[in-house]
Write a protein that binds this ligand. Structure first.
Ligand code: NDP
Length: 338
């Protein structure tokens, strides 16, 4: 059973040396205790929140302990079971961590969920029909709550969360404008995901220039902003925000390595009577069933599109994770395990 442990804590940008690949015995299927399930993980999800867990500071989440298997969402298949709720062959989603096999105490409620792969591919339960999809759904539906005809802007628009946000906004009759890094990502956001426009922020050196581009693509101003990045992008959006606009503060990836992300004109919050609300999706379990139902139906019927970047094998996970923090991923970043 290959596993990746957190070997040391980074200061600033992490490196592959912060991780350690080890091999341990696969748990013995014949020796399961009552209620235990052995899962073979097929895909590991890599997510920006993992960067925060590598730190030892106070945050909303506990730090990842050193020399233990890195935390992470996984999808896989039950290969042995002594639980009445799971049988061999069941496809499941859980928090299996950066490893190939996982022993789960299935008597604890919610640690493992069975999923139906008839119309939705297994890997999608880590993306559009999983935590990132619900994240997009929560910020859009519960915080931004767009009315038909309003304009919603989303940053990191080609990513797992951002891609869902714009498509859900369109489905509610809003105008969706993305912000993403590079021409390829922007083309994909408009042509494949159906956004009305997408701005390549890398073509804009300062707030003034980016805000002029936003003005061109959002002629009626911005009513809702789904924030994934922070910094210059937020400043530019603030300059185009309408009165009573809503901002869902989902992520600030531009600051995850400790970079300062100042807000240049906070007075605009008052002037525009803006509502700015941060949220953590795992603290809103009450919306997950409703959100997953909508997301699952949209994916199954081909109405919600997504893209995946798949790294091959557990050993490739650290490099893929570092790439995710630099925008080298294109869509949901996964690792294909076994
Ligand atoms: P993505 O698939 O969007 O991948 C991350 C993307 O962020 C990169 O592809 C890159 O896109 C962009 N990016 C990285 N660094 C920078 C930078 N310095 N400046 C601008 N853009 C950058 O990841 P997810 O969809 O999984 O996550 C999106 C956001 O949502 C993250 O901020 C994450 O932390 C947050 N999140 C929050 C949750 C919550 O509960 N609040 C839950 C889940 C996610 P590009 O090439 O376009 O720049």
């Amino acid at each position: 059973n290959h596993q990746i442990l957190l070997a040391s804590r980074p200061t600033g940008e992490p490196g592959t040396d912060n991780f350690k690949l080890v091999e341990t015995a696969v748990p013995d299927a014949a020796a399961l205790a009552d209620g235990q399930v052995l899962v073979r993980n097929h895909y590991l999800s890599l997510d920006p929140y993992m960067r925060g867990r590598m730190n030892d500071g106070k945050s909303y989440a506990q730090p990842q302990p050193l020399n233990e298997v890195m935390i992470g969402g996984t999808v896989g298949e039950v290969v042995a079971s002594r639980s009445a709720n799971f049988k061999v062959g069941d496809k499941v989603v859980g928090m299996g961590g950066w490893q190939e096999f996982q022993l789960v105490d299935a008597s604890q409620r919610g640690v493992l969920q069975k999923v139906d792969t008839t119309h939705v591919p297994l890997s999608a339960y880590l993306g559009a029909v999983g935590m990132p999809g619900v994240t997009g759904w929560y910020g859009l539906v519960k915080i931004i709550d767009p009315k038909a005809g309003e304009t919603v802007v989303v940053s990191a628009a080609s990513g797992a969360v951002g891609g869902a946000v714009g498509q859900l906004a369109k489905a509610r009759g809003a105008r969706a404008v993305g912000i993403a890094g590079g021409a390829d990502k922007c083309r994909y956001v408009v042509e494949e995901l159906g956004f009305d426009a997408c701005i390549d922020y890398k073509q804009h050196r300062d707030v003034k220039s980016l805000s002029a581009a936003l003005k061109a693509d959002c002629p009626n101003g911005i009513d809702g902003y789904f924030e994934n990045v922070g910094g210059m992008i937020l400043d530019a959006v603030m300059l185009r925000a309408n009165a009573f606009s809503r901002v869902a503060m989902c992520g600030m990836i531009a600051g995850y390595n400790g970079e300062p992300i100042p807000l240049s004109a906070p007075q605009l919050i008052l002037v525009n009577r803006m509502k700015i609300e941060g949220f953590i999706v795992s603290e809103h379990m009450e919306v997950w069933p409703e959100a997953l139902k909508e997301l699952g139906t949209l994916v199954a019927t081909g109405k919600l599109k997504y893209r995946e970047s798949v790294a091959d094998g557990l050993a490739a996970a650290p490099e893929a994770f570092l790439g995710l923090l630099k925008g080298r991923n294109f869509g949901k970043q996964l690792v294909k395990l076994i």
